[in-house]
Write a protein that binds this ligand. Structure first.
Ligand code: XMP
Length: 328
């Protein structure tokens, strides 16, 4: 392992605001020393790691950071808006917002194989990002939200560390990875100290292919909208019930399957919505959150009445294994 990629034993675990402030001051200086007057490009997804890196870089180099937020149409409700509000409006970042919704949904039309979907989304993301990068002049560095578990897992051959590592080599960037020696809980403490909103700092994990893997079968705009709206209701109800931040991951899935129901006294042949809420330590094994009956009834009532095209809600009691967290 390269020296700079080893966490020194003497490095104290960042658990307090004071330790986070000391880390921030040190990184701001080190970023300035590394990049000087050059520009840094960053793919900003709105996830905690890239958001913390963005906030650190804004503090260190201001307008010399160029953030690119790609909306592939598979983000959760309100997510692109939150990224623009926090980084462009409040932190005054140099942010390029790329609306690539039609492009991604067009390529995904009729694609049913889960791995092919993932592949298309991943490849296209790199293409869009590389296109934006090639339009800009004088970019020498690429910011990355690599964290310590990525380095360890990559060293141990568990998974290739990827972030946006699949960029074409001709772009020829040097990396800026200010949180690469931190664990996830430390990144969150630093994020809070940098003033990022709780919704970003304590955001539950969200897969790269986004809602695309929660819309099993060929993605259509109306079913994707049903996933997005039902997910927003679930998140709202979990927040009201004090479960947000306590349950590890929770979301809805709307498979390409319809059943007969009744709405307004008439036959309604509509989709069903599956609610999934799991807890885990390492994501290798997961248990199911025992959602209280009244809460589940409220969620069911809201989803079936507020989301067009859904007439039933099911709760998934399957742990991992035998299920996986996601459906695809
Ligand atoms: P599974 O479904 O494999 O999910 O039990 C384990 C964790 O990984 C997330 N996940 C992904 N994250 N790209 C990602 O960045 C993906 O393709 C992907 N697939 C699953 C999932 O949300 C869960 O947290």
């Amino acid at each position: 392992m390269a020296d700079g990629n080893v966490r020194p034993e003497s490095m104290e675990r960042i658990t307090t605001e004071a330790l986070a402030q000391a880390f921030i001051d040190e990184q701001v200086q080190s970023i300035r020393d590394q990049v000087k007057d050059s520009k840094v490009l960053l793919a900003l997804s709105g996830g905690v790691d890239s958001s913390v890196v963005a906030a650190l870089l804004i503090k260190a180099i201001g307008q010399n950071l160029v953030c690119v937020h790609v909306n592939h149409g598979l983000l959760r409700k309100g997510e692109p808006e939150m990224v623009c509000k926090v980084f462009r409006d409040e932190m005054k970042a140099n942010l390029i917002y790329v609306d690539a919704v039609d492009r991604f949904l067009g390529l995904l039309e009729g694609v049913t194989d889960p791995e092919q979907k993932r592949h298309i989304i991943g490849e296209e993301f790199i293409k869009v990002f590389a296109e934006e990068a090639s339009k800009l002049q004088g970019i020498r560095y690429l910011g990355q939200g690599t964290i310590y578990p990525d380095i360890l897992e990559s060293e141990q051959g568990i998974k290739a560390h990827h972030n946006v590592g699949g960029l074409p080599p001709e772009l020829n960037f040097e990396l800026v990875e200010p949180v690469k020696l931190l664990y996830k809980d430390e990144v969150r403490v630093v994020g809070k100290a940098l003033g990022l909103p709780d919704g970003m700092v304590f955001r539950q994990p969200f897969p790269g292919p986004g809602l695309g893997v929660r819309c099993p079968g060929a993605i259509t705009r109306d079913r994707l909208e049903a996933v997005r709206e039902s997910d927003a209701i679930l998140r709202e109800e979990f927040e009201k019930a004090g479960l947000a931040g306590k349950v590890w991951q929770y979301f809805t899935v709307v498979p390409d399957f319809k059943s007969t129901g009744i709405k307004d006294g008439k036959r309604a042949f509509e989709w069903l919505c599956i609610v999934r809420a799991i807890n885990t330590i390492d994501v290798v094994e997961c248990t199911v959150e025992p959602i209280e009956y009244d809460l589940m009834c409220r969620i069911t009532d809201r989803i079936t009445h507020e989301v067009p095209g859904i007439n039933r809600v099911l709760y998934d009691y399957t742990p991992k294994p035998t299920g996986t967290v996601e459906y695809e």
